[in-house]
Design a protein around this ligand. Structure first.
Ligand code: GTP
Ligand code: MG
Length: 193
């Protein structure tokens, strides 16, 4: 896809702030620091429209990026970061329920995992949460540049097995560093737009 236009429309913390223009949405989900914001930037060829950081917890709100005036990427705060208070965790949970549980324009969720690591309990819980809400899920195993080519197949297999993905669900190897998987990602996403 050729991206001509990308802009942040709103950083939302509650439903009444979500955009009301009924455009289709693609949301990201995944652990803190896994590379969700970097994924968006890579797909739209922008270095830093979605703010990234080497420290976990950079994205704290639901950030709606309008692309080509035709759909949204929704960047979502990550989970699994240990230094988070109970009240912050509860706030995060409420935000997730409200968005994933009620958003009619949401077409597909990209669950981002780190290909180097076995998916965590939190990743499994998120996958099951999305399935519970009957949302289409594509798993994106990112940071592919960090492992040797010879190990890719076995790491992808482990990701599939640990998440116990349904047979039809895609697990896409990806790197925001090298752009590997980018064309495949657009190919998959265009079916939902
Ligand atoms: P939160 O907003 O905290 O939930 O994090 P996030 O999932 O949005 O992660 P972010 O995109 O900010 O990236 C976290 C760190 O990982 C940054 O230092 C990125 O440069 C790095 N990173 C992201 N994707 C890749 C990748 O594909 N390869 C490599 N080598 N580094 C990556
Ligand atoms: Mg982020």
């Amino acid at each position: 896809m050729k991206v001509n236009h990308a802009e942040i429309v709103i950083s939302a913390v509650s439903k009444k702030q979500y955009p009301g223009d009924q455009l289709p949405e693609i949301a990201l989900a995944g652990r803190s620091n896994v590379g969700k914001s970097s994924f968006i930037n890579k797909l739209i060829n922008r270095k830093a429209l979605a703010r990234t950081s080497s420290k976990p917890g950079k994205t704290q709100t639901l950030n709606f990026y309008k692309i080509n005036e035709s759909f949204y990427f929704v960047d979502v705060p990550g989970y699994g970061y240990a230094k988070v208070s109970k009240s912050e965790r509860e706030k995060w949970g409420g935000m997730m329920e409200e968005y994933f549980g009620t958003r009619d324009t949401l077409q597909v969720v990209l669950l981002i995992t780190d290909i180097r690591h076995e998916p965590t309990k939190d990743d499994i819980q998120m996958y099951e949460f999305l399935k519970y809400h009957e949302l289409p899920v594509v798993v994106v195993a990112t940071k592919l540049d960090k492992i040797p080519k010879s190990k890719r197949a076995s790491y992808i297999k482990r990701t599939k097995e640990t998440l116990n993905v349904e047979a039809d669900d895609i697990v896409l190897p990806f790197s925001s560093e090298t752009g590997e998987g980018k064309d495949e990602a657009w190919g998959i996403l265009s079916k939902y737009l």
